[in-house]
Write a protein that binds this ligand. Structure first.
Ligand code: ZN
Length: 114
């Protein structure tokens, strides 16, 4: 299935292909502030449609690129590697259009313990 997602103002927009079967809520210092619900997909299933005003934030080990819109401030996705070194995209499913957020099973991840 194909999903579309974007920031609030629409300058940052993307498509993502895959089966949305669940998402992750993480309690690390940034996720707890953003309230993101993350769905990890291989980077090849992710296609940026508009990146007019994209900003990138990194911290700690600087291995995760948190992308946000410089106009509206929303963080619709991030980029990272999985444990095997494959490029992944972390979709903030709160930014996807037309999904029933309450129907997506959410697992809690202890990012503070890392
Ligand atoms: Zn925006």
């Amino acid at each position: 299935m194909k999903y579309t997602g974007s920031c609030h103002c629409g300058k940052l927009a993307y498509e993502v292909e895959g089966d949305l079967k669940g998402a992750m809520a993480c309690n690390c210092s940034i996720c707890s502030r953003k309230g993101s619900l993350l769905w990890f997909v291989p980077r090849s299933q992710f296609q940026l449609r508009s990146s007019a005003d994209v900003g990138t934030y990194t911290f700690n080990k600087h291995v995760i690129k948190h992308h946000f819109c410089r106009t509206c401030g929303i963080h619709p996705y991030a980029e990272a590697m999985d444990a095997k070194g494959n490029p992944m995209t972390a979709i903030n499913i709160r930014c996807l259009e037309g999904i029933d957020l309450d129907a997506v099973p959410v697992k809690h991840f202890d990012g503070r313990a890392l």
